[in-house]
Design a binder for this molecule. Structure first.
Ligand code: 1CP
Length: 345
């Protein structure tokens, strides 16, 4: 049997139940690690870090050296696509990403689909380096944001609390907004195909802000664009495992799983465990869903919840993860404890 068929993460994604579930953590590389902060400083800006294959490879490997996760996730960001399309982007200390907002169909003309790979080439180089430098049982995950979530930053110009501009656009001018989604479906599909060509073994699609959509708009702006991307990937790579993360969508996660064609789904913090085991894990392998703030807090409360999550999902195909990304204030020793508990040590 080849190594790739025995990797624990790939086994779960193929539908195998394992005594010890594989684990990785969303945003596992990042500011909670001192060695990340050092490399980030060396790189200069955050974008410079994303576009420096050597340094992006290094920060991807950092959490693996400490905790031996079962997956490495490419170090990049979901906003590289708007950047590569030509939308000015910067990351400001303490403020997160800032973009020149686009708020009408007329603003889309400046986006140039033909040239995105000139900008994104260093990301493919990072993937290619990682595919030979990660440990042999570790699985390499490539990723992108789902069109809706990426569009939310492109339209709002930053992280938002109320999503006023993007929501008014879909209500006022759905055809115009669909043109933006079309650009994102095409560019994201291409971007992910190149990551797979370079060595990514699994793709995760982050729809972090899917839960902002009203129920009757969810299919059109989250499910459909994701389905088109999954179809585009499978046309070239029929067996490619794809993990979806439609955050905050409640019971609509069932339609998401049935209609997008994802291989597995990542559950957010609020998803009831027993409900998800019955209604979702009966359809596909699940990943999740420890509250990242419980990882910050640590101690008995964290240990209890980890045990509960494993007890609920562990008897079917399962990947342990957080319910959202790790936060910068996480004590590294709590991550070590989490790894110990999952591995049963
Ligand atoms: O060094 C720094 O100060 C920058 C912080 C940072 C990091 C470490 C940003 C800016 N992006 C990243 C890396 C990143 N982003 C990864 C790869 C690292 C890994 O997982 O180990 C991934 C997968 C992402 C994905 C991402 N970026 C998402 C989806 C996942 C999620 O957490 O919801 C989103 C929404 C973003 C946008 C973004 N980029 C950066 C920040 C601070 C944000 C969030 C802004 C907001 O809260 O709205």
């Amino acid at each position: 049997m080849s190594v790739s068929q025995t990797k624990p993460l790939l086994k779960s994604l193929r539908g195998e139940t394992q005594a010890t579930p594989p684990f990785w953590l969303m945003r596992q590389a990042g500011r909670y690690l001192p060695e990340y902060r050092a490399t980030r400083e060396q790189a200069g800006s955050f974008l410079d870090l994303c576009y420096s294959p050597e340094l992006a490879e290094e920060v991807t490997l950092q959490p693996l050296r400490r905790y031996g996760m079962d997956a490495a996730i490419l170090f990049a960001d979901i906003l590289l696509i708007p950047h590569a399309l030509g939308q000015p982007l910067s990351y400001r200390e303490g403020e997160g990403p800032v973009l020149d907002p686009v708020r009408s169909a007329a603003g889309l003309a400046k986006f140039d689909l033909g040239r995105i790979h000139d900008t994104l080439a260093p990301v493919y180089e990072t993937v290619s380096r990682l595919s030979s430098s990660i440990p042999k049982d570790c699985t390499l995950i490539g990723f992108a944001g789902a069109p809706w979530t990426v569009a939310s930053y492109m339209v709002e110009g930053r992280g938002s609390k109320d999503y006023t501009h993007i929501k008014r656009w879909i209500f006022k001018d759905p055809e115009g907004f669909a043109a933006l989604i079309d650009i994102l479906v095409a560019s994201t599909t291409d971007y992910l195909l190149r990551q797979v060509e370079a060595g990514a073994e699994v793709i995760q699609i982050f729809d972090t802000w899917a839960g902002v959509l009203p129920d009757d708009e969810f299919r059109k702006w989250s499910i459909e664009p994701t389905r088109r991307i999954v179809d585009g990937l499978r046309a070239r790579y029929p067996a490619l495992p794809v993990i979806g993360f439609p955050r905050g969508v409640g019971a609509n996660i069932i339609d998401y799983v049935k209609e997008t064609g994802v291989t597995a789904v990542s559950l957010d913090t609020g998803t009831p465990l027993a409900w998800a085991a019955r209604e979702v894990q009966s359809l596909v392998p699940v990943q999740g869903n420890l509250d990242p703030l419980l990882l910050v807090e640590g101690g008995a409360a964290m240990e209890r919840r980890i045990a509960e999550i494993i007890a609920t999902f562990g008897d079917k195909p399962f990947i342990f993860n957080l319910g959202h990304g790790i936060t910068p204030q996480t004590p590294p020793e709590n991550v070590a404890r989490l790894a110990e508990l999952i591995r049963g040590k």
